[in-house]
Design a protein around this ligand. Structure first.
Ligand SMILES: [Mg+2]
Length: 374
């Protein structure tokens, strides 16, 4: 079988209209085999300095990958984890492993002329609902509710709204105003759409405030509250769990299986967030969903960077029962719609299965080059 001939780290920056036009950064990995197959991966590093750090780590890990056959995804992943024993087990090392692992899975599918979804065992569900996942940025509560109504008017099955983000919305900071927003949002989108609220790092609720907010939001049927007490607060989450019935989502800031096990062991995480471009790739995701299923909780695939992570997240979301919906950025952006010639989006609110060999995306190299950091 063909072997990997080269592994290239490509740091890029792109404008993100869904995040107040901020520039976001990721490190792509392009792995090429000796017979010309190309696999793409991504490290969702988000910041310029972490993206550059990932470049260095990918360059260091390259020697573990070159010469390997593309079907060795699990072994290469284990070798990379072993190699990073001193500086890894989290942080940028997990992102570098993620980017290479995703590229290996893409190559594996291409070498075997198979979809990654089928390598994962194939779809385990009839359909997968899409939801909009956006940041609240407008000042006027009515305008914010109307904006969300526009997002779901395409057929999407719900909205996840980021509080405490850039812009003038100032959601998350004042109880009465937040509750009024929730009331207007529910009125605008109707009773059948799901509402998820995701607290940004700028919002710092204490436990009492989280309990009071979630109890008030429950009158308007909140599907889940995400990171209301940050990424790690087991006692606070236990209190919130005891006093409310809304699902609690967190875990997306963990880097691998150990962190995920720690979160699940608290018994307070109902929806485990997971970004395969951050937490050791699709192989990391496979190990995570097995544990999530054993705990009878849900997982939620993060897909808020480029189409490469979206393709991996979508394949896994079809291949496991624990992922029950799929998030899409509401505004078309270059990372999803121009970086690849075949963007992944919903059809009347339902997500398609990824098609084509490997991850099933056709990366446009000219667009990659136009975004490349120097
Ligand atoms: Mg989140």
């Amino acid at each position: 079988m063909t072997v990997v001939r080269s592994v290239e780290a490509i740091p890029i920056g792109y404008r993100e209209p869904n995040d107040h036009d901020r520039t976001r950064y990721v490190c792509l990995v392009k792995a090429t085999t000796d017979d010309g197959l190309v696999g793409w991966g991504e490290a969702t590093a988000y910041f310029p300095e972490s993206t550059r750090a990932v470049v260095e780590l990918v360059n260091g890990l390259r020697e573990l990958v070159v010469g390997r056959v593309p079907t060795e995804t699990e072994r290469v992943w284990r070798d990379m984890r072993k190699h990073t024993w001193w500086y890894g087990n989290g942080g940028v090392a997990s992102m570098a492993i993620a980017a290479i692992d995703l590229a290996m899975w893409d190559l594996r599918g291409k070498a075997l002329e198979t979809r990654v979804l089928d390598l994962l065992g194939g779809p385990v569900k009839e359909r997968l609902a899409g939801v909009a996942s956006g940041h609240a940025t407008l000042e006027d509560l009515g305008a914010l509710a109307d904006e969300a109504a526009r997002w779901v008017s395409t057929g999407l099955h719900g909205v996840k709204v980021g509080f405490g983000k850039l812009g003038a919305a100032r959601l998350g900071f004042a109880h009465e105003r937040d509750v009024e927003y929730m009331r207007r949002l529910r009125a605008a989108i109707g009773p059948d759409k799901k509402i998820m609220i995701d607290l940004g790092a700028a919002v710092q609720w204490d436990v009492a405030e989280a309990v009071r907010r979630v109890q008030a939001f429950e009158d308007h049927d909140l599907h889940w509250i995400e990171e209301p007490l940050g990424h790690w607060n087991p006692r606070g989450y236990k209190t919130l769990r005891d006093k409310t019935t809304t699902r609690i989502a967190y875990g997306e800031r963990e880097f691998g299986v150990e962190g995920i096990e720690r979160v699940l062991a608290t018994g307070t995480c109902d929806v485990l967030g997971f970004d395969p471009g951050r937490a050791e790739g699709l192989t990391g995701f496979i190990h995570a969903v097995e544990r999530v299923e054993a705990e009878r909780t849900q997982a939620n695939a993060h897909a808020w960077s480029t189409a490469i992570v979206t393709a991996a997240s979508l394949a896994m979301s079809w291949a496991t029962p624990v992922c029950r919906q799929f998030e899409l950025k509401p505004t078309r952006d270059v990372a999803q719609y121009e970086l690849v010639s075949n963007p992944l989006t919903h059809e009347k609110g339902w997500m398609p299965q990824p098609q084509g060999h490997g991850l099933g995306i056709d990366v446009v190299t000219e667009v990659v080059e136009s975004m490349r950091l120097t």
